[in-house]
Ligand binder design. Structure first.
Ligand code: R5P
Length: 293
């Protein structure tokens, strides 16, 4: 099969890094947004029977339409297999109706993606009550991997004595794995979410005096979770607080908020292209793509 990687805006570099390892061609998809925010998608003037689309689905609404336009057009041109590489997968958090009338967006978007693509490669999807992506995206071959060992290698490379903290109970799975790889001690805080921007964090009761803490989370969105945790850690005597996240969503003024509470370093994987990216997923993604060839 003739294969290629098509990259959406912002993902050319990652696409090229992956393609180089596989000896595969890459081509850019051009996206133009009209003043009313409609999307105009221009596909490469090429034909391949198997196309890998590289597009993280943060800020997803436009991107989902652009993906629809791409996939429908590729199919009409005879592409037999479409594999989506979406290191960050959107709409995973609303996995039930918490209040009457609330749409279960995970189900709707998952089924919709299953109609578009044959394979989906993603990284640490935020699954909670539904444990498997095969249930969320039925009929699509889903390949999921975790970035935590790469985060752990990064912590190890700092060569510092650090204590890792997960800011809520859900982060246990990630912080534990990062701690195993980096041979660091770890603890997990408790969090109550009151609204999008209001959380209450309760730190684990340990001695923070002069400790160097690294907060580990899968997603940083508004930044309120890690900002409040950092603030409390400094008040408890920590000498330095850094943050590592797999998915650097950083919505609204998140970075300013993190700077305000004096978080020293903010590091992320390049699952979402962002200036804080320090940990590359290219080798892992190339391996997963290879498994589909
Ligand atoms: C939630 O369970 C996630 O793991 C993150 O803690 C959450 O998405 C962070 O959100 P924010 O940065 O808006 O506090």
């Amino acid at each position: 099969m003739q294969t290629a990687i098509y990259t959406y805006p912002g993902y050319q570099q990652l696409g090229e890094d992956i393609a180089q390892q596989l000896g595969m061609p890459t081509h850019e998809i051009i996206v133009h947004h009209f003043p009313d925010k409609e999307s105009m998608v221009t596909l490469p003037d090429k034909k391949y029977s198997h196309v890998f689309l590289l597009l993280s689905l943060d800020y997803p609404n436009n991107k989902l339409v652009e993906l629809l336009l791409t996939c429908k057009t590729l199919r009409s041109q005879g592409t037999q297999r479409i594999s989506l590489i979406a290191p960050y997968l959107c709409y995973m958090r609303q996995d039930k109706s918490f209040n009457p009338g609330e749409v279960i967006s995970q189900q709707v978007i998952g089924h919709w993606l299953s109609e578009l693509v044959d394979d989906l490669i993603t990284v640490d999807p935020h699954l909670h009550r539904v444990k498997s992506l095969d249930v969320v995206i039925p009929g699509t071959n889903t390949i999921v991997f975790s970035a935590t060992h790469l985060l752990g290698d990064f912590v190890k490379s700092l060569n510092k004595t650090v204590h890792l903290i997960g800011p809520d109970e859900e982060s246990l799975q990630w912080v534990k794995s990062v701690a195993l790889t980096s041979h660091s001690p770890y603890s997990v805080a408790k969090k109550e979410r009151l609204s999008d921007t209001h959380v209450e964090i309760q730190l684990p009761e340990i001695d923070y005096q002069d400790q160097h803490i690294i907060l580990i989370d899968d997603v940083i969105s508004t930044g309120h979770t890690v900002a409040q945790a950092a603030d409390k850690l400094y008040n408890a005597g920590a000498k330095q607080v850094d943050v590592i996240a797999t998915h650097a969503l950083f919505s609204r003024d998140a970075i300013a908020l993190l700077n305000k509470v004096k978080i020293k370093n903010i590091w992320s994987s390049n699952s979402i292209t962002h200036p804080t990216n320090q940990i590359s997923l290219d080798v892992m993604l190339a391996q997963k793509i290879k498994s589909l060839l």
